[in-house]
Design a protein around this ligand. Sequence first.
Ligand code: SF4
Ligand code: ZN
Ligand code: ZN
Length: 169
Amino acid sequence: MLPTFIPPTSAGLLPCADRSELFDHPNTQPEAAALCARCPVATACDTWAVQHAEWGTWAGRTDDDRGTPREELPDLPRLPVVATPSCGTEEARRRHIGRQEQCDLCDRAYADRVRAGRLAALDAQHRRPGGPTARGYWLHTVLRVPSCAPCRAAHAADVRYYRTQALAA
Ligand code: SF4
Ligand SMILES: [Zn+2]
Ligand SMILES: [Zn+2]
């Protein structure tokens, strides 16, 4: 929603245009306030919100900040405060992706998790009852771990197989 004193023709120019979801809940007040901080009509907007006992964030202030009388407020459930996941976790990495943020710590932690997964997979290859498959050799390569004889043998067998197929075709 936009302040009603703004003519509809100018409404699209305001930083809050099309962002109403940020202005409805107290939890997203910081993001809403960041938009209001560069709004040319913020002072008028604040006065308007006080006069109209508006709820939600206007001009960066919530209804609590303005002291809007409780009976004027709709029965809106307050969202539980969601803790920001700490950097280094998969949750934090996904949150960064969603916000198009770059975070070296999360990137490094992710690379470490991928590497740990591949090391475990290589270990499983070495424990296979029938010996490793060509995937073992591939894992050595991507992990930059010098290949072992059984993995090299599996790779060579694979290459031989595909060569014979190609010759037969
Ligand atoms: S101050 Fe904030 S809520 Fe008010 S018009 Fe500007 S951007 Fe929208
Ligand atoms: Zn991070
Ligand atoms: Zn190996």
